[in-house]
Design a protein around this ligand. Structure first.
Ligand code: ADP
Length: 578
């Protein structure tokens, strides 16, 4: 529309067809070969309908500045309210929009001269030209008589109405277009990753006042209570608490009834005097109150204002404002939900940081006295204790070792799950790691009567990572397999390349883990509900450490298990580049 070439988007084809029919009737009924209708668009005189010889059509379809009218009208004789006649010889060369049609030179004084011009000036209510209807080449060869002039005047009046209607339609289409654009913007604002209630309020003011030709907007949200009343150019407008209260009450009512409220200055209606006082104060002529909401909930309201010089609100505009109320309501609700979600995530993150910090500090503080205790226990053991004292000593030593294991595991878990703790990567051959960890469990396995099977694919099984951590990862899985597999069972460790990964499996024929227990398996301090498993000593930290180490090595751990049948843990790690 406004941003397209003049005459192009103007008037949809139905409006153009009406104007075309009109020039054809003018030509036929009044008796001219040529009839042209031009309209003023962006200071240009643009031909929108033409009838006459084909060879002139293209030339007439070019546009001229509207100022070409000035010199023509200055020389014109008024033949009626709209009709202007410019006799040959009374003007200089007709510039621009006018073509001098090839005609015979006139024989009498009443005859039409090729340089005669006859046009009707079409204006709006304020007298501003909106277009011209011009005719040329009378069929009779004569300058028009009174009857023809009268008829032409009447056609001109009709053409004027048709052009004004088309303009109004055009404006309406533009407005509908803007409302549509405002809706799109509201949707976009609500899906932006950093969408916040503030951002939605900030971004929608411009398109809303633009789209509705409003002199200002006021958007208020109830929870969190924020709102802005702004003039078209963004200046803040102060709103009293009383008006806010009235508007809030109204909005809830309007949302329940799914309608907007039009308040016009001086007209008494549903709102209190405070609102009318504000209208007078701000020199506003009318406001439309639009409730914003989703489902049954009204989340706020929108008020659009117009001044006395602005056009009156149409029903179409009010209807589309209510739709905007739905879109904006949904956008604000989404933004609010996102904001709350972000706040919860932030809180959880802080809580998690605090927890990690607490664990790390505590374990650290416990470590020193534990070292002192175990050192002294060792010294005490060398003192030749009697049988009873020996029993007490053994119990204290077991307890201390257990505490040391918990503290060590806690410290390790805090380290490997800390996002800022750096991972130093070097090429690590998992074949060597598997060898190392099996060596450590071999004697326990043998004394328990378990068979250990190891199957490693030929060739290197290289990954990039921290040797110590990878050792702990596989060590925990293998020692669990040995721990939770009763006598006579088997533990099998396999490792192979699978495309871009190295896959290590630790499978046992042991106790197995129920499906419910599998869900929490990798959380810290988790121990299964299986009494047979609980009878083994453990901290519940081993698998949490396994999961954290795998994660920081860009790998993962999966479990497959069936209670009473056995368990398989599968570790997948990206293979080191060649
Ligand atoms: P724990 O120190 O208790 O072994 P883990 O985090 O290593 O802690 O293991 C958590 C729980 O998962 C164990 O208490 C045990 O019940 C169960 N579990 C781990 N590995 C196995 C396995 N191979 N077979 C059966 N249960 C297992």
């Amino acid at each position: 529309m406004a941003d397209q070439a003049p005459g192009h988007g103007w008037s949809d084809s139905s409006a153009r067809a009406v104007l075309q029919l009109m020039v054809e009737s003018v030509a036929e009924m009044v008796g001219f070969e040529v009839a042209v209708l031009s309209v003023v668009l962006d200071e240009e005189l643009v031909t929108v309908a033409y009838t006459g010889p084909e060879e002139h059509r293209e030339y007439l379809l070019e546009s001229d500045p509207v100022s070409v009218l000035d010199s023509v009208l200055a020389a014109a004789v008024s033949w009626g309210p709209r009709l202007r006649f410019i006799a040959a010889g009374t003007h200089g060369e007709l510039e621009g929009h006018w073509v001098v049609m090839e005609q015979e030179a006139p024989a009498t004084a009443d005859a039409w001269h090729p340089e005669d011009a006859l046009l009707a000036l079409l204006t709006d209510d304020t007298g501003t030209p909106v277009g011209i209807l011009s005719v040329d080449k009378p069929v009779s060869g004569q300058r028009p008589d009174d009857r023809q002039r009268d008829l032409l005047e009447r056609y001109a009046a009709q053409a004027e109405r048709a052009v004004l209607t088309a303009f109004e339609r055009e404006e309406l289409l533009a407005q509908v277009g803007h409302a549509e654009a405002a809706r799109r913007l509201i949707r976009a604002a609500s899906t932006a990753p950093d969408a916040s209630v503030e951002a939605v309020l900030r971004l929608t003011h411009g398109p809303l006042v633009e789209g509705f030709g409003a002199s200002g907007s006021w958007i208020q949200v109830f929870d969190p209570a924020i709102g802005y009343a702004r003039s078209r150019d963004g200046e803040t407008v102060f709103i009293t608490d009383e008006v806010l209260e009235v508007a809030t009450r109204q909005a809830l009512l309007l949302w329940a009834e799914q309608r907007c409220l039009l308040v016009t200055a001086g007209e008494s209606n549903e709102v209190s005097g405070a609102v009318h006082a504000l209208l007078a104060d701000l020199e506003l002529w009318s406001v439309v109150g639009v409730p914003l909401g989703v489902g049954a909930e009204c989340v706020g309201f929108l008020v659009l204002t117009r001044r006395a010089q602005d056009p009156a609100w149409t029903q179409g505009e009010i209807d589309s404002a209510l739709e905007i109320g739905h879109d904006l309501g949904a956008a604000l609700t989404t933004a609010r939900a996102l904001e709350r979600e972000r706040a919860v995530v932030r809180e959880l993150q802080q809580l998690d940081d605090y927890r990690s910090h607490l664990i790390a500090t505590l374990s650290h503080e416990l470590r020193t006295p534990l070292t002192v205790i175990s050192g002294n226990l060792e010294l005490l053991g060398a003192h030749g204790l009697d049988a009873e004292a020996e029993r007490f000593h053994a119990a204290m030593t077991r307890g201390t070792l257990r505490m040391q294991k918990v503290v060590d595991d806690l410290l390790l878990l805090a380290r490997v799950s800390h996002p800022q703790h750096p991972l130093v990567r070097t090429p690590v051959d998992l074949r060597a790691v598997v060898d190392d960890v099996t060596m450590l469990v071999e004697s326990t396995a043998r004394s328990k009567g378990l068979t250990l099977a190891i199957e490693l694919e030929d060739g290197p099984l290289l990954v990039l990572g921290d040797l110590g951590e990878l050792d702990r990862l596989l060590g925990n899985l293998v020692s669990n397999a040995v721990k939770y597999t009763p006598a006579g069972g088997q533990v099998r460790i396999t490792a192979r390349r699978d495309e871009d990964d190295v896959v290590v499996r630790v499978a046992d024929t042991g106790l197995g883990i129920s499906e419910e227990d599998q869900a929490g398996l990798f959380s810290a301090f988790f121990r299964t509900t299986n009494p047979a498993a609980l009878s083994e000593s453990g901290t519940g930290l081993g698998l949490a450490i396994v999961a954290s180490i795998a994660e920081r090595h860009a790998g993962r751990v999966d479990v497959e298990s069936r209670l009473g049948e056995g368990t398989t843990f599968t570790v997948t790690l990206p293979v080191a580049g060649e």
